[in-house]
Design a protein around this ligand. Structure first.
Ligand SMILES: [Zn+2]
Length: 222
């Protein structure tokens, strides 16, 4: 094609032919590239195979249907006596744990509480604000943590301090609402997980920096 165009004598015709020729060359080049793409299509995006199996939660459920019971105080909620979803409220600060509510129909039934992880019982006693409280030492993602179970009926905890409690093993039952067993609170479980080995029973902290010492239990139940 190119050769054909430059053999013409007339200048104007020569220019015209040259432009046509160049256009045709470009067209040919682009067709060639399209053909190349057809012959060597880009590989399909790879998808993981076999399909990923949902990972098992790292913690087991502290109560049956745990996630459905988180309706009032999730981890980290900032409560004041004025804004709290629980009324009347006497606390102020960031919630260090997750509250799991006793379902209304179970208010007069025993609600078993199960160990969320595997580890020894560090403490069981009556504590201000909790009534019966138990603390277990566990490892979570290769990190030492302590787990606080608050508002349990203390006498229902059969294990002794130092006893290893297996994940999923029954720890006790929830205390009776608005009694000494729950520290005067409604019937529910306060579950908190604190980084490290030191026991801290604080249910609330006053700033977000302090809250960094605790982990969100809900995140490990999904
Ligand atoms: Zn709580």
């Amino acid at each position: 094609m190119f050769k054909l165009s430059i053999t013409k004598k007339e200048n104007n015709m020569k220019d015209f032919k040259l432009i046509i020729s160049l256009g045709m060359m470009l067209l040919a080049a682009s067709c060639g590239r399209s053909a190349a793409l057809l012959n060597n299509p880009a590989p399909e995006p790879t998808t993981s195979f076999p399909p990923a199996v949902p990972a098992q939660p790292l913690l087991s459920e502290p109560l049956k249907d745990s996630l459905a019971r988180i309706t009032k105080k999730p981890f980290g909620i900032f409560v004041t006596p004025q804004n709290s979803p629980v009324q009347p409220e006497r606390f102020y600060g960031y919630h260090t744990g997750t509250d799991f509510e006793a379902l209304a129909e179970k208010n007069n039934a025993e609600v078993p509480v199960y160990a969320v992880c595997d580890g020894p019982l560090l403490l069981k006693r009556t504590a201000t604000g909790y009534g019966g409280a138990a603390v277990q030492a566990c490892e979570l993602e290769n990190t030492d943590v302590t787990v606080v179970y608050g508002h349990l009926k203390l006498s229902s905890i059969s294990q002794k301090t130092g006893d290893r409690i297996a994940q999923g093993q029954k720890l006790g039952i929830l205390g009776k609402g608005y009694s000494a067993e729950t520290g005067g609170e409604r019937k529910h479980l306060h579950l908190s997980i604190r980084k490290g080995k030191n026991i801290a029973l604080l249910g609330y902290v006053q700033n977000k920096t302090e809250l960094n010492d605790w982990l969100d239990p809900e995140a490990y139940l999904k």
